[in-house]
Design a binder for this molecule. Structure first.
Ligand code: THU
Ligand code: ZN
Length: 143
């Protein structure tokens, strides 16, 4: 995982981050108060977004990354190339294990990931870049 500055991101990565910031505004997180936004870039260079959607029974909660990937699949595409996630955390920001496994399902394994951590004023505090293979080595898959 690499800590980078905004000006080190590509135009497309910035576009994804902006889309994730926008999607995060619709997060429904009354129980955790932890809003997450995500944007995926599919193999045809289309962007799909998602936010976390909680329910009083936590098991019904959808993660932002899952909602974005589901939107991509629903649109007819099954391969993501890049994903940006945006949240506000005191620690670093990365997709959880479940979301990593879902990325394995709907990619060729090469996914670049941009993680954005916001400050208390919702401004970008820090940015990390990583990849699916770095976050989930030896992923479960059946060939
Ligand atoms: N959350 C995500 O949206 N993505 C992740 O990968 C980690 C967790 C959401 C779920 C829940 O609404 C909130 O963050 C706190 O766990
Ligand atoms: Zn997750």
């Amino acid at each position: 995982m690499k800590k980078v500055e905004l000006n080190q991101l590509s135009k497309r990565q910035i576009e994804l981050v902006d889309a994730a910031i926008e999607a995060r505004k619709n997060a429904y997180a009354p129980y955790s108060n932890f809003k997450v936004g995500a944007a995926v870039l599919d193999e045809e260079d289309n962007i799909h977004t998602g936010c976390n959607i909680e329910s009083i029974d936590y098991t019904l909660t959808s993660h932002a990354e899952m909602v974005a990937i589901d939107a991509m699949v629903k649109s007819g595409c099954r391969n993501l190339k890049e994903i940006a996630i945006v949240l506000k955390s005191t620690a670093y920001s990365v997709p959880c294990g479940l979301c990593r496994q879902k990325m394995v399902e709907f990619s060729n394994g090469n996914v670049s990931i941009v993680c954005v951590n916001l400050d208390s004023e919702e401004k970008i505090k820090e940015i990390f870049t990583t990849s699916l293979s770095e976050l989930l080595p030896y992923a479960f898959k059946q060939l």
